[in-house]
Design a protein around this ligand. Sequence first.
Ligand SMILES: Nc1ncnc2c1ncn2[C@@H]1O[C@H](COP(=O)(O)OP(=O)(O)OP(=O)(O)O)[C@@H](O)[C@H]1O
Ligand SMILES: [Mg+2]
Length: 263
Amino acid sequence: MTVSVDMGAKAGGQRAAFDLEELLATRLLVQGNSGSGKSHLLRRLLEQSAPWVQQAIIDPEGDFVTLADRFGHVVVDAVGSERDLALIAARVRRHRVSVVLNLEGLEVDAQVKAAAAFLNGLFDAERDHWYPMLVVVDEAQLFAPAASGEADGEARRVSLTAMTNLMCRGRKRGLAGVIATQRLAKLAKNVAAEASNFMMGRTFLDIDMARAADLLGMDRRQAETFRNLERGQFVALGPAIGRRAEAVRVARWRPAAGAPAPG
Ligand SMILES: Nc1ncnc2c1ncn2[C@@H]1O[C@H](COP(=O)(O)OP(=O)(O)OP(=O)(O)O)[C@@H](O)[C@H]1O
Ligand SMILES: [Mg+2]
């Protein structure tokens, strides 16, 4: 059975949708400046695919905790030790529950350590528990920075390895990385390069535009159009969504009844 995950409308009015099975095999990179609508896009993807696939979300801002209300995700506040988090991750894989790792309010260094412990726990799960799972990492440049980030050296090294494992070696273990970043130039190259699907939102800096053009195999002039995208508009390309780069207006996700609008 083909599961198609509706994301929104293309310029001509046709629907834009991910083929879920293909997405699980080929991963996704989302980039766009602050306010371009990345977290909103991730939320749309998660809500539309929640009935079909297990999900884990590394959530630095607490943007995704309300998934618990409508879809039954378990929210894990990253307060325990790294060992605790690894054990929780193993349990998540065994019981096939969807989970939000809430890192809101922690220092960057603690966020990085917690995310690494949790991702490693997912990755190191027993072979019997290698069921397919979307692993969404928002603000991925925090966990896989291109150069020395705010976090200390050791924490950064560990989380970069965890992110590299997720993106390079995760597929066999059922893990499909979906990563979002404000600044492509700040994301480790080897991590970005493992995604075959892209959704590129509004981008201002030349250095990010150049990296995006390289990844998508576009010339720089074509990539200049990323400057003119509106909030919620992304150029989509990849085996799971379309072989030709096309602008997509991401549809709204519906906030839970009574919940405040996101943002
Ligand atoms: N497709 C959309 N339709 C309607 N509203 C949207 C859409 N995309 C984003 N928004 C709204 O725009 C605001 C910014 O979006 P969002 O938080 O997703 O940006 P972001 O790219 O994640 O920014 P940051 O990098 O700062 O986290 C939010 O209030 C969100 O609800
Ligand atoms: Mg965001």
